[in-house]
Design a protein around this ligand. Structure first.
Ligand SMILES: NC(=O)c1ccc[n+]([C@@H]2O[C@H](COP(=O)([O-])OP(=O)(O)OC[C@H]3O[C@@H](n4cnc5c(N)ncnc54)[C@H](OP(=O)(O)O)[C@@H]3O)[C@@H](O)[C@H]2O)c1
Length: 137
């Protein structure tokens, strides 16, 4: 994936793989890296622009799509992995939480950023590990 001169937005970029993606994007010559996190104060990496984004909050998503209108690559990394049995009392609630964050969150982001990417010449989205969804516009 070409990162040179890209403007990259990474969800869940304050720690874990998201932080590693942010470091790698900077190292590979991205023009700008937006490091999105539920708590922007938890973004401590130098050289990135911290933005507040909960992928389950439609208002956050609308604001970020408006404020980060120069994005050319969206990396949907944020996610949760809860362990539990489908036979447990809270199985349905647990599954709903995971679908909200891991499936509908990236879907909301991709839909909101599609016009942004198109306006910027056609960029792309890359989804978190463990899913096989990615799209190139
Ligand atoms: N590491 C692996 O081997 C592996 C393998 C397969 C899939 N994955 C998936 O890849 C992704 C990253 O993995 P990881 O190991 O880096 O996970 P991690 O250390 O648990 O980090 C998850 C990140 O997602 C953020 N996040 C969770 N819910 C969010 C929400 N509603 N809105 C915005 N951000 C949210 C967390 O933010 P907070 O700091 O605010 O909690 C954190 O930045 C996850 O989706 C994980 O399930 C990882």
């Amino acid at each position: 994936m070409r990162l040179e001169n890209a403007v990259v937005l990474i969800t869940g970029a304050n720690r874990g793989l998201g932080l590693a993606f942010a470091k790698e994007a900077l190292a590979r010559g991205a023009r700008k890296v937006y490091a999105a996190a539920r708590n922007p104060a938890s973004v401590t990496l130098e050289g990135v622009v911290a933005v507040k984004l909960d992928v389950n909050n439609p208002e956050d998503i609308a604001r970020v799509a408006r404020d980060c209108a120069d994005v050319t690559l969206l990396i949907n990394n944020a996610g949760i992995a809860e362990q539990g049995s489908f036979l447990a009392d809270d199985a349905e609630a647990m599954l709903r939480r995971q679908l909200e964050t891991n499936l509908f969150g990236p879907l909301r982001l991709a839909r909101s950023f599609a016009p942004v990417l198109a306006n910027n010449g056609g960029g792309g989205t890359k989804d978190r590990p463990g899913t096989c969804r990615s799209a190139h516009l």
